[in-house]
Design a protein around this ligand. Structure first.
Ligand SMILES: [Mg+2]
Length: 191
């Protein structure tokens, strides 16, 4: 029985990049931008000095020090027992992020083998059964089940996706007894 394949995005899914932007912006400018101000906007339009956001993305250490999304470690570890998990992150736009993302995964997700990590330019060629991502530019090309992880920029988008607001939602959807039992039944040859 082949396990179903899940592709998991990093930024704004495993890593709380939104909070990281808010923290770095406050440290740099003294201005605390509330989360609600980011809803429905592209990230560089959501901060008064949007050019600083792009600067952060190119700053060594930015990706390496990103905070974890709550519950990510526990749920990804559990998913990894029941599914074929790949971490798929578009990293080529910010080449310094390649090693930082790899080290970040090693630190926080040591149970993820390097063969499960795909740091890439575009996600168009990837295939699987489920994709968890915050960006439509990735989900819309995906042929499997599209799971949109809520981020401020996508909060107003409706239709065509299974929306999850947290890792607790991911757990409820992908680690439901029904899904796990079905998987076990197939593995044991019970139809
Ligand atoms: Mg993302």
């Amino acid at each position: 029985m082949e396990r179903k394949r899940i592709l998991i995005d990093m930024d704004e899914v495993m890593a709380d990049i939104t909070q990281h932007f808010i923290n770095w912006y406050k440290e740099k400018t003294g201005v605390a931008v509330p989360y609600e101000q980011l809803v429905g906007k592209h990230i560089t339009d959501a901060f008064p000095e949007g050019h600083l956001i792009r600067e952060f993305l190119y700053t060594p250490g930015f990706f390496r020090t990103a905070p974890l999304m709550e519950g990510a470690v526990e749920v990804v570890e559990e998913l990894n027992k029941h599914y074929e998990v790949f971490i798929v992150s578009a990293a080529m736009e910010f080449p310094q992020s390649l090693i930082e993302k790899y080290e970040w995964l090693q630190e926080h997700f040591p149970f993820i083998h390097w063969q499960q990590i795909m740091l890439c330019g575009s996600k168009k060629p990837v295939s699987g059964d489920y994709m968890i991502d915050d960006h439509l530019k990735n989900l819309d090309f995906f042929q499997g089940h599209k799971i949109i992880f809520t981020a401020p920029h996508n909060a107003n988008i409706v239709g065509g996706y299974t929306r999850v607001n947290s890792w607790a939602d991911v757990k409820a959807f992908l680690l439901s007894e029904e899904k796990i039992q079905h998987k076990q039944a197939v593995a044991e040859g019970v139809s």
